[in-house]
Design a protein around this ligand. Sequence first.
Ligand SMILES: CC(C)(COP(=O)(O)OP(=O)(O)OC[C@H]1O[C@@H](n2cnc3c(N)ncnc32)[C@H](O)[C@@H]1OP(=O)(O)O)[C@@H](O)C(=O)NCCC(=O)NCCS
Length: 289
Amino acid sequence: MSLSIRRARADDRDAIAAFTVDTFSWGDYVADEFAGWLDEPGTAMHVATDDRDVPVALGRATMLSPTEVWFHAARVRPDRRGRGIAGDLALTLMDWARDTGALVGRLLIEDWNEAAARHVAKIGFRPVAAFTLGVRAVGDASPVPAGNGGKRAPARLRARPAGSAEAEPAYSSWSVGPLGRASRGLFGVRWAFRRLSTSDLTEAAKHDTLWEIGAGWAVATRGDSGLEVPWIETRPEDAGDLVRALIDLGSSVGVESIRVWLPTTDWLVREARREGFEIHPMTVHMREL
Ligand SMILES: CC(C)(COP(=O)(O)OP(=O)(O)OC[C@H]1O[C@@H](n2cnc3c(N)ncnc32)[C@H](O)[C@@H]1OP(=O)(O)O)[C@@H](O)C(=O)NCCC(=O)NCCS
């Protein structure tokens, strides 16, 4: 059966919704996001269609900076998987990204998703950095932490808002430290990873989302789904205190949950586990364009 690739259109939504109801154990979000994605500047969304022009696969690319593109939302109808369709779509999106100025492309895959890892390896991506998403309820819904007899050690440190002058030392500390190395200079904004620069931390400070925590820092934003922590800087000896201070910050701003993106290092993931975070290991893959 012949397939074509073209830009997605508004009237593709129902066909895409029909094969993305239960992509993952928790469902899928692409049908809900589809209409909004169509109009976003700096993005491309393509579909592979069958000989009746009905979509059987979807893929999307978003420019995160003038030279960095992020690929996501790869979906292939279950009965069409295993034929390289996601790869064909990705190659088309890569052409678009190159024409738009991208020099490097990246994407994120949860470590359990072997099919996705195999798909991207075949089109030239390689794993570059491991991140762990830690998720934890706070406040009344707080879990009992593992170890330490179920008692949570009191936080020795307190998060306090950091001004713009903190951006430079925070960035310098991170870029030469174990977390900057483990993350290969990347940080994640809403599941999309690009290079961090000092100006990202300056911006965070301006928006009151950069926090100083003892000898470390964090970017933490109160969002719809709780406290989002896309970036932290700490050292092994302070990591437990920093994690506990973040949990307290979540409680004090009244959210029900906290989500922290941790560059995967044994010591940091261990502290997060100890403080009752659910752990979701993931890997950023990249390729030059
Ligand atoms: C990941 C996904 C987009 C890959 O698309 P695809 O067009 O099937 O990709 P490929 O044909 O290159 O196959 C990739 C791997 O899928 C697996 N696979 C093969 N046939 C399959 C089938 N019928 N059903 C499921 N997986 C299959 C194989 O491991 C294959 O690797 P191999 O070719 O080295 O054996 C597709 O499986 C999918 O839609 N999955 C659900 C959504 C998802 O996980 N998206 C990625 C999020 S990061």
